[in-house]
Design a binder for this molecule. Structure first.
Ligand SMILES: Cc1cc2nc3c(=O)[nH]c(=O)nc-3n(C[C@H](O)[C@H](O)[C@H](O)COP(=O)(O)OP(=O)(O)OC[C@H]3O[C@@H](n4cnc5c(N)ncnc54)[C@H](O)[C@@H]3O)c2cc1C
Length: 274
């Protein structure tokens, strides 16, 4: 498959001075695989992915959705180096690069089909040939090589990030992964790790409540490294429960609000610290 080279790339590189925003990469869907009734894997390809940086574990990308006619948004680079959208700002959402295959030039993304947003609706109907654009990857989380004990938690939106984390953890660590999903049908096969026990919890009421309850009841060792991502209100409860009930240094704690009930396009930099 061959997509046209991006018109603004050379221009962006040549422009002197000012911050230079790289235009998003134009990509095409080459495969769609249902993972569960509530999650679909979409595989993108395109020559533009040739210099896509190997994403760090739990990294994120920006997905720029096509317009109603399937056209990919094309920015121009303004005089200040920022991207301008002559045809109007496209709809953009944050996702995890689940798997980047540099050799094949493909990028796989897992979408929760929660039903109520443009990205979820786009993913539910995506098929080979559909086009979109991708910015990033961003996010510099790195696995502390001295961390031997892990507690990892997340909801469905964090399953792709947790899968990347499981692949990045050294073989000799031990840990627990707690996942909150809608029901038994929403469980997926995650990368296995000999030292990590995975427990699935089914959503009972407000999103994230089951996860927060597990954390409240946990007694964690002071050397535990924690990574939690889920609905933004729940992530705040999780963080406060850890800081209230557990004795561990803050640098061992990573929390991320990935979406918020009732909010459109929750930001990608919600650390749940407020
Ligand atoms: C760093 C980062 C990585 C992420 N990675 C992924 C990923 O790999 N896969 C993934 O599916 N999501 C991921 N998310 C979450 C995703 O960005 C949001 O779910 C996003 O809001 C989806 O856009 P939308 O257009 O479908 O819904 P929006 O238009 O943003 O929201 C519309 C409505 O849907 C609700 N909603 C949004 N997301 C969910 C949800 N997951 N469950 C239930 N209701 C929801 C909102 O509360 C709102 O009422 C990530 C978020 C961040 C910050």
């Amino acid at each position: 498959m061959s997509l046209p080279p991006h018109p603004d790339r050379a221009q962006a590189q040549a422009r002197p001075g000012g911050p230079r925003r790289r235009p998003p990469r134009e990509v095409e869907v080459v495969d769609v695989r249902p993972l569960t009734p509530r999650m679909v894997a979409v595989v993108f390809a395109g020559e533009s992915l040739a210099d896509f940086a190997e994403p760090a574990p739990t990294a994120h990308i920006k997905l720029f959705l096509p317009d109603t006619e399937g056209n990919v948004p094309r920015p121009v680079v303004g005089l200040d180096g920022r991207l301008e959208w002559p045809e109007g700002r496209p709809t953009m959402r944050t996702y995890t690069p689940r798997r980047f295959d540099a050799e094949a030039g493909t990028l796989e993304v897992w979408f929760v089909l929660h039903g109520d947003g443009p990205a979820a609706r786009w993913a539910a109907q995506a098929q080979p040939g559909c086009r979109a654009a991708i910015g990033g990857p961003g996010g510099r989380f790195s696995v502390d090589p001295t961390a031997a004990l892990w507690w990892i938690g997340g909801d469905e939106s964090a399953l792709p990030a947790i899968a990347t984390l499981l692949e990045a953890l050294p073989d000799d660590i031990t840990g627990q992964v707690h996942l909150e999903v809608e029901d038994a049908d929403a469980r997926i096969a995650l990368p296995t790790h000999a030292g990590v026990e995975v427990t699935w919890h089914h959503r009972r009421s407000e999103p994230g409540t089951a996860l927060v309850d597990v954390l409240r009841q946990a007694t964690l060792r002071s050397d535990t490294h924690i990574w939690v991502a889920c609905e933004a209100s729940a992530v705040r409860k999780a963080r406060s429960s850890i800081l209230t009930n557990q004795v561990l240094p803050r640098f061992q704690l990573t929390t991320r609000g990935y979406w918020r009930v009732g909010e459109v396009n929750h930001p990608d930099h919600d650390y749940g610290e407020d």
